[in-house]
Design a binder for this molecule. Sequence first.
Ligand SMILES: *Cc1c(COP(=O)(O)O)cnc(C)c1O
Length: 374
Amino acid sequence: MSNDKLTPIPMVDLKEELNLLRKLIIQELTDVLDSGIYILGEKGEKLEREVAHYVGASYAAGVANGTDALELSLQALNIGYGDEVITTPFTFFATAEAIARVGATPVFVDIEEETYNIDPVKVEKALTKKTKGIIVVHLYGQIAKMEEIMDIAKKNDLKVIEDACQALGAEYNGKKAGAIGDIGCFSFFPSKNLGAFGDAGMVTTNQRNLYEQICRLRNHGSKTKYYHSTIGMNSRLDEFQAAILLVKLKYLDIFLHQRKEVARRYTDSFHNLIKSPTILENKAHTFHQYCIELDKRDELVLDLKNNGIASSIYYPVPLHLQAAFDYLNYKAGDLPVAEKAAKRTLALPIYPMLSIQKQMYVISTVLDFLNRKP
Ligand SMILES: *Cc1c(COP(=O)(O)O)cnc(C)c1O
């Protein structure tokens, strides 16, 4: 029976954040309107400086979205036809799509059971003469085993791209996601840790040449207007989105703290009744998503829905089994850990402004279900 005062409970409620910041955001947007500069202006540059500083990287370049951030990164690293790029099958499609779009071949390597992130031991086994790079995904906001990955990369002369689209603010051994590999990629899609009110993304790096190359590539391969040194694309972060993100960036650490509090309440309440997220290091997880794992996942989805509570499956089909990658000739059973996770994981509502009352209703609904169907 759904509780009318509390429901519906969505996966994320962006309006609550907007209500908090509305005045500040409207002021910033008015500034941009009046400035007469809407693409590659002051707000974008300021956001690049602030994100670079926040992440602890030397440089940041705004781009149109997280998917372009990945594609431009591969191009900047000269990865293309004939090259293999190792990545995880348990991620959003864009990670591997970017590899295919630059003409390279995605090589999927299975994940770890505890964290759902790529397994460094299996990465080593997948290396060939054609391997040029690794795209590591920090899934759900938890940093992958970067020390091991960076060791493998160093030994084998590979480039490392961090797909940190879900992990802005995640920290591991004193370094933040996006400042560990050669390049970090971020998405500011509205529902991400730092969300715009439209599409936006960013690339971070400590290497000046890569930064300069990304800046050229995002702007038609041009540094000086109407002089084009390479084939690039149009992928820029506009001033309106930059202005919104500048306001929200000031609140990011507070919002991340609130996400962690929500996650802690879930984990405490579920005791060990179901598999809750494993946190490897105290600070490594930003809880972009909170995913539980259970046998009767699909039944729980229905039960939550009947009670007015949203839930989501990230991701129902691992990438090696997606129709778009049929040409790579993977088959069911090839990457068993990812396939099992795709059948058993479920993301519960999590966002900074999720009230305790609403969350307690989610928790009691899940616990009721587990009592009825252990
Ligand atoms: C969101 C996301 C992307 C793509 O970002 P967009 O801004 O939507 O293009 C890529 N990889 C991962 C892991 C993501 O979560």
